[in-house]
Design a protein around this ligand. Structure first.
Ligand SMILES: Nc1ncnc2c1ncn2[C@@H]1O[C@H](COP(=O)(O)OP(=O)(O)OP(=O)(O)O)[C@@H](O)[C@H]1O
Ligand SMILES: [Mg+2]
Length: 221
């Protein structure tokens, strides 16, 4: 069964001086439930754009994206918001934690948004699970890069999303912290039965995936 389907997805950006960049030039992709797919390719080839469009964070100019059977372009904003909250987890290279919330609050937030009474308890259990049980009250600026990424990982999986997107999740981490984050990511992915689409420049990390897709100039090679 497919959890994500992209058909002929095109995305262009306007650049100052009215030139346009074709970041995605007709991408087709089907992801099956539970898959781990890695995306590689040179800088500027469209990998981050692909993730933002496939996750519904941004809309394509043309083509279709279906997430769990819902067409993203035509879904009303309210439906899209709940889809993002409940079906999708996103991990960024630079963490994207909310600076004014502590680790515990950052992780609990998506579950509270989904109206889960157990949000706080689940967030605490997840943070303990990734070795941050003593850092619940720490704010992002008080955490190391590896710690911040482990918080971001907990936040991404708290609603057990069908789809996990990760854009160079180890790009800002040293080798040891990167390996730790990858191990935890794969463990938590397996537990929630999520599909993982991960962008990386690391051949070693791509090698762990079931499929590797190479992007070049807005298309898969
Ligand atoms: N918001 C934007 N406005 C204008 N152009 C953009 C914007 N975002 C990306 N681009 C352009 O779209 C193309 C694809 O960018 P994208 O960020 O998807 O590449 P990438 O493969 O993720 O690169 P990297 O490996 O460096 O992260 C590039 O030419 C980039 O300059
Ligand atoms: Mg990128």
């Amino acid at each position: 069964m497919s959890i994500l389907q992209a058909e002929n997805v095109v995305k262009t950006y306007e650049r100052p001086g009215s030139t346009t960049v074709e970041a995605l030039r007709g991408v087709n992709l089907t992801l099956a439930a539970g898959e781990f797919v890695a995306v590689t390719g040179s800088s500027g080839s469209g990998k981050s754009t692909l993730l933002t469009v496939l996750s519904g964070l941004d809309l394509p100019d043309s083509g279709r994206v279906l997430i769990a059977g819902t067409e993203v372009s035509s879904a009303p904003e309210e439906k899209l918001a709940s889809l993002r909250n409940q079906k999708i987890g996103f991990i960024f290279q630079d963490f994207h934690l909310v600076p004014s919330l502590n680790a515990w609050e950052n992780v609990a937030f998506p579950a509270e948004l989904a109206g889960k009474a157990e949000a706080r308890a689940q967030a605490r259990a997840l943070l303990e699970r990734v070795g941050l049980g003593q850092r619940l009250a720490s704010f992002p600026h008080q955490l190391s890069g590896g710690e911040k990424q482990r918080v971001a990982l907990c936040r991404a999986v708290i609603n057990r999303p069908a789809l996990l997107f990760a854009d160079e999740p180890t790009g800002n981490l040293d080798t040891r912290n990167g390996q730790e984050v990858v191990e935890l990511l794969l463990e938590l992915k397996a537990e929630s039965g999520s599909t993982l689409l991960l962008v990386t420049h690391s051949e070693a990390l791509a090698g762990l995936a079931g499929r590797v897709l190479v992007m070049s100039d807005g298309r898969f090679l």
